[in-house]
Design a protein around this ligand. Structure first.
Ligand SMILES: Cc1cc2nc3c(=O)[nH]c(=O)nc-3n(C[C@H](O)[C@H](O)[C@H](O)COP(=O)(O)O)c2cc1C
Length: 211
């Protein structure tokens, strides 16, 4: 199995979304011998914002020329789309920043959702050109945005659903870790809740007992 692991918290090793997404990766690896991981630290090495060549290429209805394709952000876009295409599963660790994804993940999205490359327009709406594969998303938030006691809007979950649906990826699994700035008890409860979801969706394979 080939796993693409994207994470985008600026908090490094303290990040809950990074650490939980690493657990998802570990769980996938335990279930598949010979799994390989491609990791992208989008906070440490953020993708550049899309540039003029890219924006002009996307604004037209034409395919980019070979010359365009060798320039600027189109090269990075191609690399990032191929990383998704080559993955059997995508794992994302993301904080909630101002009700949605951090800007580094938004920059990645701007490179990966590319008209005539990862989706095409049709009279019925945009149609994804990538085949479906599971996407596991750990979301860390300081407060609550889901369930009882939610006190803020959630533009992250519906946004990521729309983004991945656009390119053809519909099998999304969210692992929310909420209330992480509300003390140790709240952090413990958030981890227990997310870990129970992980156990339900990706159970640990039985240990192999040597003969
Ligand atoms: C710029 C910024 C914006 C934030 N916006 C929100 C927010 O809208 N809602 C929320 O619940 N927490 C918000 N937080 C808190 C983070 O989501 C929280 O600290 C989370 O644990 C960060 O994820 P991490 O542990 O993976 O780094 C924000 C934090 C920062 C730095």
């Amino acid at each position: 199995m080939k796993i693409l692991h994207l994470h985008c918290s600026p908090r490094g090793a303290d990040s809950h979304s990074l650490r939980f997404s690493q657990q998802i990766v570990a769980r996938l690896m335990a279930r598949s011998s010979g799994a390989r991981v491609t990791a992208r630290d989008l906070a440490g090495l953020p993708p550049a914002h899309v540039d003029s060549v890219y924006a002009h290429a996307l604004a037209g209805s034409r395919m980019p020329t070979a010359e365009d394709s060798n320039a600027g952000a189109l090269v990075l876009s191609e690399t990032l789309i191929r990383e998704v295409e080559n993955a059997d599963a995508v794992v994302i660790g993301t904080p909630m920043h101002n009700y949605t994804v951090p800007s580094s993940l938004k920059a990645w999205i701007d490179h990966v959702l590319r008209i005539h490359r990862s989706f095409v327009p049709t009279p019925e709406g945009k149609r994804g050109l990538l085949h479906d594969r599971p996407v596991f998303i750990a979301v860390a938030s300081g407060g609550r945005y889901l369930g009882d006691g939610a006190r803020q809007p959630d533009f992250l979950t519906p946004y990521l659903k729309a983004v991945f649906e656009t390119i053809g990826l519909r099998s999304l699994h969210f692992f929310p870790l909420q209330s992480l700035v509300m003390g140790d008890d709240a952090v413990g409860a958030a981890w227990r809740h997310a870990s129970a979801l992980l156990d339900a969706q990706l159970p640990m394979p039985p240990a192999v007992v040597p003969a």
